[in-house]
Write a protein that binds this ligand. Structure first.
Ligand SMILES: Cc1ncc(COP(=O)(O)O)c(C=O)c1O
Length: 387
């Protein structure tokens, strides 16, 4: 069969190679410590699982759910008001999604035409680029550099590119670089969006995985944000519901209506039982969220301190579930180093270059294992760095 042109070049050679190498290592009887994919390893709180159990027994929950339950929309609006002080109209400014990824993948179809430019972070979470490419758009990578605190320098985007740009992706707390943004940055983004008439999509999936008392903000807290864009929020990381797919798009009414229209032609919504679990998560006790963040903070400290004791230094992220680590001395290729870690230590991390050219020189380490496993990972890494 002939592959459609838009798919060409999209297969990730890096991930395939890593998978092949992982299987070879496992065939040698080594249990690989997987710090690769950012999938939460902890379960949701009991009250969320209980709500799901009860909802699964209700026969009426097996109809097509379409756009979703009004109670769910009210719960999400209430959560945003309590957490961010952002007031959203549940009827017109929120859309439930079968995981935020679904919205991230589809939004470009509504706003990017063949040949239009779209601005994406480099390195960046791959779905932003994938969605744009599927829509026929042309990617303009915005470098996220350490010297700019991993914020894109909007003033460096050439004017002709800005004039042709239709949309921009931003994502803080960031995957993969684990950086955070502030009001000043969001203000510049809104000014830019107004000047060039660019749609802003902000992905805030990691807002609740935050440490040392730091609380990330919502883009929608900013005055004018709702005129220029929308925000995607996910229950996957906040409540460990990654496999129980539910997320939201929120903000500009017109954009939400458009996405709703697009989505209503693609699928029939989120399983009602999952919606009920979502309501339980959003409305129920929130100690589980804080407890979750504390667990990740301990993991972060263990890993960052453990690797520093080996002479491998990296910044201590204030949020997200990742550590973005510059390659240790003596290495220049993130693929080569990741392969060596996997082959020699049985520790899987993702080469930074898998997230874009500007990710070269780094690896992403996901904090998705218990502390004792991370401790073992540090011990195993020591053997590789010592030689
Ligand atoms: C930055 C970012 N956004 C969105 C997602 C996906 O979230 P969801 O499970 O809601 O689709 C992920 C998952 O890893 C992510 O890292």
């Amino acid at each position: 069969m002939q592959l459609a042109g838009r798919l060409k070049g999209l297969e990730s050679g890096i991930f395939n190679e890593m998978e092949k190498c992982k299987r070879q290592v496992e065939a040698r009887g080594i249990t690989v410590i997987n710090l690769g994919v950012g999938t939460p390893d902890r379960p949701p709180a009991t009250h969320i699982i209980d709500a799901l159990h009860r909802a699964v027994d209700k026969h009426e929950n097996y109809r097509y759910p379409l756009v979703g339950r009004p109670e769910l929309y009210r719960s999400m609006a209430g959560w945003y008001r309590r957490r961010f002080g952002v007031a959203l109209d549940p009827d017109s400014e929120i859309l439930v999604l079968p995981g935020s990824q679904d919205g991230l993948a589809h939004i470009a179809m509504a706003y990017v035409d063949q040949g239009d430019i779209a601005l994406v972070p480099d390195p960046g979470y791959p779905i932003y680029s994938f969605g744009i490419t599927m829509a026929g758009g042309v990617l303009y990578p915005m470098p996220l550099l350490e010297e700019n605190n991993y914020l894109p320098a909007l003033e460096d985007i050439p004017r002709d590119v800005s004039h042709k740009a239709r949309m921009m992706w931003i994502n803080y707390p960031n995957n993969p670089v684990a950086a955070v943004a502030n009001r000043d940055f969001y203000r510049k983004v809104i000014e830019y969006a107004r000047q060039y008439n660019v749609l802003i999509c902000h992905d805030v999936a990691y807002s609740e995985l935050c440490y040392d008392g730091f609380k990330p903000m919502s883009f929608l807290e900013m005055e004018g944000a709702r005129e220029v864009g929308i925000e995607f929020y996910s229950l996957s990381k906040t409540y460990n519901m990654a496999g129980c797919r539910i997320g939201f798009a929120m903000g500009n009414r017109e954009i939400i209506t458009t996405l709703k229209r697009l989505k209503s032609n693609i699928d029939y919504g989120v399983f009602y039982a999952v919606q009920e679990a979502g309501i339980a998560a959003l409305e129920g006790p929130q100690e589980c969220v804080e407890e979750n963040a504390r667990a990740y903070q301990r993991r972060r400290d263990l890993l960052v301190d453990g690797l520093a004791s080996l002479g491998w230094n990296m910044f201590r992220p204030r949020a997200s579930m990742f550590v973005w680590a510059p390659l240790p001395a003596g290495y220049s290729s993130s693929i080569h180093f990741s392969m060596e870690l996997l082959d020699k230590a049985g520790v899987l991390v993702i080469p930074g270059v898998a997230f874009g050219a500007r990710g070269e020189g780094y690896v992403r380490i996901a904090l998705v294992q218990e502390e004792e496993v991370l401790r073992e990972a540090v011990q195993r890494i020591e053997k590789v760095l010592q030689k």
